[in-house]
Design a protein around this ligand. Structure first.
Ligand code: PMT
Length: 395
C-alpha cells in the first residue's frame, strides 16, 4: 500500500505518529505531508522518524531531490488519507484552493481519497462545513465520519477523529481483495419505531452503526449491497442502495421485496418484537390516572420468514442478549434457520447498542464458535464477512 498521509492543523494531529506506525505495521509505505498549522501540533521530526521518509512541509518541492514533489508523489501514491481534516482544509479541498503542500498535492492526487474531518461540534455542524463534506463525498471521497465524545475544547459532541485502528481498517478496505464480487447482499440495520400516537413511539437504542458497517465493508469487498435501514442519523454508505423504513411492518415489506435478488441476508437490525395494537390518530391526553396501559401485539418475525423461504438465502442473524448470551444465540440460530448467528452481549454498554465498538461471538450451524475481539464496528464487520466468505467457499 503506497499511502500519502496528509495532516492538517487540529488537535487530533497528535495521533499522526501512531497512525503512521500502525499503517506501516499494516504493510503501508507512508509519506507524510504536513500543513504549516499541523506542524504546530506535531513535530515533523517524529513523523520523519516513524515514516522513515522526509516529511513534506513546503509546496515548492524539495530542492535537494529536484523536481516537483507533488507530481512525482501523485504518480507513486495509491491512496491519500487526510487525518485530521480541519474545516479550513475541507473548504480548500471542496473549492480547489491549492495554497500549501497538502492542498496542492490533493489536486494532483489520482488514487483513493479518504478524509477524516475532526473539529469542534459547532464548527462541524456549520452549514458550510456540511456542504463541503457533501461536495467531497459526492466527488467520491471516502469520508470517515467523526465520532461523538469529549472533545479537546471541553465540549461533548460529534467531531472527534476516530481512533487509529478505525482509520487503518478503512484504508485497508480500499486495498481489500474483492472476495465478495458477484454476491448480492441484503443488510438490515438500525431500530424500528412503532408509533403509539402521532408524536410518540416505542423503539430501542440501536444506532444502525453495526449494520451500516457491514453494508459498507461488503460493498468495498465487491458485493452489490442493499441496506434496509430503520431510522438513523447515519449517511448512506457510498455505492450502497439504501431503503429507509420506520416500522417493523415496513422493514418486512422492504426486505421481502428485495429478497429474491439477494443470495445473502445479514440482519443486524434491532426489530421491535411488539407494536401498539392500535395507533391513536390524535395525541393521547394525560388523564387523572397514575397508570396507563398500552396493548401490544407481536410484530412479524422477518428473519423467521426469510429462514422459511425457498430458495433460502445464506443467512447471518444477530442476537442481542443480556444473559446466557451464547445459549440464547444458539437457540435463535436453530429457530430462525440461519447459517451464522452473531451473538452480541448487550449488557455491556461499551459494546453493542449505540457504541463505536463491538465484541461478538459468531456461531455456525455446525456448532463452532468464533470470537471476534473488541474492535471498531467496521473491523468487526470485516471479520464477520471473512467468516461468510469462508463458509460460502465450503458450500
Ligand atoms: O445499531 P447499533 O447501535 O450499532 O447496535 C448493533 C446491535 C446491537 C443492534 C446489533 O449488533 C444486534 O445485535 N442486532 C440484533 C438486535 C436484535 O434485535 O436481536 P434479537 O435477538 O432481538 O433478534 C434476533 C434476530 O432476529 C436479529 O437478526 C433481528 O434482526 C431478527 N428479528 C428480530 C425480531 C423480528 N421481529 N424480526 C427479525 O427479523
Amino acid at each position: 500500500m503506497k499511502v500519502v498521509l496528509g495532516v492538517s492543523g487540529g488537535i487530533a494531529a497528535y495521533k499522526a505518529p501512531e497512525l503512521v506506525r500502525r499503517l506501516r505495521d499494516a504493510g503501508a509505505d507512508v509519506r507524510v505531508i504536513l500543513t504549516p498549522n499541523a506542524a504546530r501540533f506535531v513535530s515533523p521530526l517524529s513523523l520523519s522518524a516513524v515514516s522513515n521518509h522526509g516529511v513534506i512541509l513546503d509546496q515548492w518541492g524539495d530542492s535537494q531531490q529536484g523536481g516537483v514533489d507533488h507530481i512525482a508523489l501523485a504518480r507513486w501514491a495509491e491512496a491519500l488519507l487526510i487525518a485530521p481534516a480541519t474545516a479550513n482544509v475541507l473548504a480548500k479541498l471542496a473549492s480547489g484552493i491549492a495554497d500549501d503542500a497538502l492542498t496542492t498535492y490533493a489536486l494532483a492526487h489520482r488514487g483513493a481519497l479518504l478524509i477524516a474531518p475532526a473539529m469542534n461540534t459547532f464548527m462541524l455542524q456549520h452549514a458550510t462545513v456540511q456542504a463541503n463534506v457533501a461536495t467531497l463525498r459526492a466527488r467520491g471521497a471516502d469520508i470517515i465520519e467523526p465520532e461523538s465524545g469529549m472533545l479537546a475544547c471541553g465540549e461533548e459532541g460529534a467531531g472527534r477523529m476516530p481512533d487509529v485502528p478505525v482509520l487503518v481498517e478503512r484504508l485497508k478496505a480500499h486495498f481489500a481483495a474483492h472476495d465478495l464480487e458477484g454476491q448480492s447482499i441484503l443488510v438490515t440495520a438500525g431500530p424500528t419505531r412503532e408509533p403509539i400516537d402521532p408524536v410518540r413511539y416505542i423503539s430501542n437504542r440501536s444506532s444502525g452503526r453495526m449494520g451500516y458497517a457491514v453494508a459498507e465493508a461488503a460493498q468495498r469487498r465487491g458485493a452489490t449491497v442493499t441496506l434496509v435501514s430503520g431510522p438513523t442519523s447515519l449517511p448512506a454508505p457510498a455505492g450502497v442502495t439504501v431503503k429507509r423504513v420506520t416500522t417493523a411492518a415496513e422493514m418486512r415489506e422492504a426486505v421481502l421485496e428485495a429478497l429474491p435478488s439477494h443470495g445473502i441476508v445479514i440482519k443486524a437490525a434491532a426489530v421491535a418484537d411488539f407494536a401498539p395494537a392500535r395507533i391513536a390518530d390524535r395525541k393521547i391526553k394525560k388523564t387523572e390516572s397514575d397508570e396507563m396501559t398500552i396493548t401490544l401485539k407481536k410484530n412479524p418475525d422477518i428473519l423467521a420468514e426469510i429462514g422459511a423461504a425457498d430458495p433460502r438465502p445464506f443467512i447471518v442473524a444477530f442476537a442481542a442478549e443480556t444473559n446466557a448470551v451464547e445459549m440464547h444465540a444458539r437457540e435463535k440460530l436453530a429457530r430462525k434457520n440461519a447459517d451464522l448467528i452473531v451473538a452480541n452481549d448487550v449488557s455491556d454498554a461499551s459494546i453493542g447498542f449505540d457504541s463505536e465498538q463491538n465484541e461478538v461471538t459468531v456461531i455456525a450451524r455446525d456448532g463452532s464458535a468464533t470470537k471476534i475481539a473488541r474492535a471498531a464496528k467496521i473491523t468487526v464487520a470485516n471479520r464477520i464477512l471473512d467468516l461468510v466468505v469462508s463458509r460460502l467457499a465450503q458450500k
